[in-house]
Design a protein around this ligand. Sequence first.
Ligand SMILES: [Zn+2]
Length: 347
Amino acid sequence: MNSVRFISNTLAKKHSNGRFHPESPQRIEMIENWVSSQLGDDISFEISDKLASKDDILSVHTEDHHDLIEKTKNYDGHFYFDGDTAANSYSYEAAMQAVQIGIQAVFESTRNSSIFCLVRPPGHHATQHTPQGFCIFNNIAVGSQIALNKKKYQRIAILDFDHHFGNGTAYINESNPNILYISTHADPRISYPGCGFSDEIGFGEGRGFNIPIPLGYRASEADLEISFDSIINPIIYQFKPDFLAISAGFDAYERDPIGVLGVTVDGFRHIGKMIKKITDNLNIPYAHFLEGGYNINLLPELVSAYIDPFIGKEDFKEKINPSLQIKEETKTTIQNSKRVLKDYWSL
Ligand SMILES: [Zn+2]
C-alpha cells in the first residue's frame, strides 16, 4: 500500500502577500479541506509548527537574505520585496516552518510513503540572496542541500512541473553536479521569470545538470509526455538519483488565472503517473513540494488527480487524450536540448 502524508504549517494561512493576491491563504484552505475529506490508510494530514534554524537557511541562502526576512516580523502591514512578493508579520515564521517541513519531507519520505509539503510560502523562485516570485526561502533547495550535507543522500534529482521556471532552484544549484534540476515551464519569452531557455544548463562542475525545458503557449500533457520520453527519463536514469524531490505546481492547468499553458485535469494524473514510474523503476523515495497553482476552486481536483498514481489509484496503461497535439515549439525545444546536452548525456 502506497500512501501520501500531507503536512501543512500552522502559519500557512497567516502569511500574506497583500489583498487580492493570487498566492492566497485560500489555496491551502481549499486543499486542506479536500485532504480532510479523504483521510484513510492512503492519505493522512498533519500540521506542524516546527521552525527551521537559521543555520538551515544558510545552507543555501545568504545571511543578508535571512536577516531581511527576519526583520519583517516587526513590520506593520505588508513589506514588499518587489512588485509581487511581500511579507507580513507572520511571514518569517511561516517561511521557517515551510522550510522545516521541506527538510522533514526529504528525511522522512520513503519509497511507499511520500510527504506532500502543503505549505505557504512556496519556494522555487527564491534565489540565494533574494525573495521573489511569491517565494521567500527555497524550501526544496534547502531540504535537498541539507540531505546532501548530512550524507542522507548522495545525488538528488529535483523535478519541477510548475508553470514557471524555478530560477531560484536553478541558480542555487547551477554549479552543483550532485543536484540535477529539471524543469518544464512556459517559454520565458511569454512568462515570468524571463529565464529558463534550453541553453541555461549550468556552470563549471554543474554544467549539464540544469535542464530547462521551455514549452510554448497552451502546451499540454502531450508536450510533457514527449519531454519525459525524450529528455527527462533518459537523463534521470543516467543520473541515478537516490532521492527525487518534486516541485509540484498546478498553474500549468489550462484554466489557471495567471498561466498560459494547457494541461488538463487528467494531465496532472498523467504527470503523476510518469513521475511515479520513474521512482518505481529507480526504487527510490520521493517527496512533493507545493509551488504554484492559482485556480482556487479547481486546485483540490488538480492535486487529487496528481496524487492518484502515488496511492495506487491508476494503472500506467491509460493514454492521454488523442486530440491533444504536440506543439511545434516543443519539438524545437527537444532538438535544442539534445544539441546543448549531447556532451553530458546520451539522448
Ligand atoms: Zn508557478
